[in-house]
Structures are given as C-alpha cells and as structure tokens.
Design a protein around this ligand. Structure first.
Ligand code: SF4
Ligand code: SF4
Length: 180
C-alpha cells in the first residue's frame, strides 16, 4: 500500500474513533438511505481519491461499470456547471446541478464504498433531515442551520491544501491522468 493511502486510512480510523467516542451519530437524524448530503460537493484529497478508486476496483464488474459511467458523466457536469463559478458559489451550484455522487446506489440510496468514504462524508452529521431536504431543494442551508458540532480533538486537524471535487479527483486516477 502506498504511503498516501496508508496515511489516509490512518487518518480516517482516527476520525472514526473520535466520532464514535463523541457519539455524534446519536445527536443527529442521519440514517442510511437519507442521502441529500450525497448530492453535494465533496472536497476529496488525492489520498482519499486513491482509497476510493481501490474500493471501486473491489466491487463486482457490473457495479464497477455503472459507477465508472456515473463518474464520467458527473465529472463532465462538474466541469461544465460548477467549476466555472467562483469557489464560494460552487457548493450551491453543485446542489442545483443535481449531481448524485457516483458511489451512491440509486435504489437503496446508500454508499457503495462506505468504508472508503472521504472525510467530509465521515464527519458531517445533521440534527435535522428537514433542514437537509430544504438545503437540497434551494441549494443552500436554511437560516440558522448548524451541523452537529465536531469533537474538540478534530478541530486541530488541518485539511490538506490539494483537495479537489470528488469526481474530478477520482476520475483523474481512473483515467490515468494523475501522473502515476
Ligand atoms: S446529513 Fe442530512 S441528508 Fe445526510 S444522512 Fe444526515 S440528515 Fe440525511
Ligand atoms: S462517497 Fe459515499 S457517503 Fe460520500 S457522497 Fe459519495 S455516496 Fe455519499
């Protein structure tokens, strides 16, 4: 396993342990199958993109092909409908462009690579499904919306600077454009 993948997995394991200790899930209305949050812009590191690509390779062929097709389509939509906008406008543009994550199962509305999901997916808990539904409908959180606060210990963790949008990061690896 490469150093990047190893350090990504170690970071994810640390975060999972902190979240389990803080019982964030117990403070939220998040449930499997509720996936408005899987239709928003997910910043992803190069290491996370590699971990996601590896998880994809482990899936059955039919599912892999379906996910790959969605990934290509989504990366194109991101390039056309999201990337041209200012960075502070991109989260709203992304939601309004209706781009369900390539890894989201369209029937069960669950993540097909759950153990490999990137940090934003591991650490976002909402106190209200209704708020998430409203955010999905309008493109931005309703006034006063606050996610469930993260444990203090997580606040010192700096996200790497070289993050990008999930589909663009993953597809650049799958299509071999990341210089490997
Ligand atoms: S963050 Fe919102 S959309 Fe995602 S599972 Fe939780 S309640 Fe549902
Ligand atoms: S990686 Fe999984 S949890 Fe994250 S947005 Fe995609 S489907 Fe949702």
């Amino acid at each position: 396993m490469s150093d990047t993948k190893r350090s990504t997995r170690e970071l994810h394991a640390r975060i999972d342990a902190m979240i389990a200790d803080a019982d964030l899930a117990g403070q939220s209305e998040c449930v499997a199958g509720c996936a408005y949050c899987c239709e928003q812009l997910v910043p992803t590191t190069p290491g996370e993109a590699r971990v996601l690509s590896e998880a994809l390779e482990a899936l059955p062929r039919k599912e892999r092909r379906d996910i790959y097709k969605r990934g290509r389509r989504n990366a194109r939509k991101v390039a056309e409908k999201v990337a041209p906008h200012r960075s502070d406008e991109q989260p709203t543009r992304y939601i309004l462009a209706r781009i369900p994550c390539m890894f989201l199962d369209p029937d069960s509305r669950t993540c097909r690579v759950y153990e490999a999901r990137p940090l934003p997916c591991r650490s976002f808990y909402s106190p209200s499904r209704a708020h998430c539904r409203q955010c999905h409908a309008t493109g931005s959180p309703p006034p006063g919306f606050e996610p469930v606060p993260l444990p203090e210990a997580m606040k010192g963790i700096e996200p790497p600077a070289d993050m990008g949008e999930l589909h663009q990061m993953v597809m650049s690896i799958l299509d071999g454009e990341d210089g490997r």
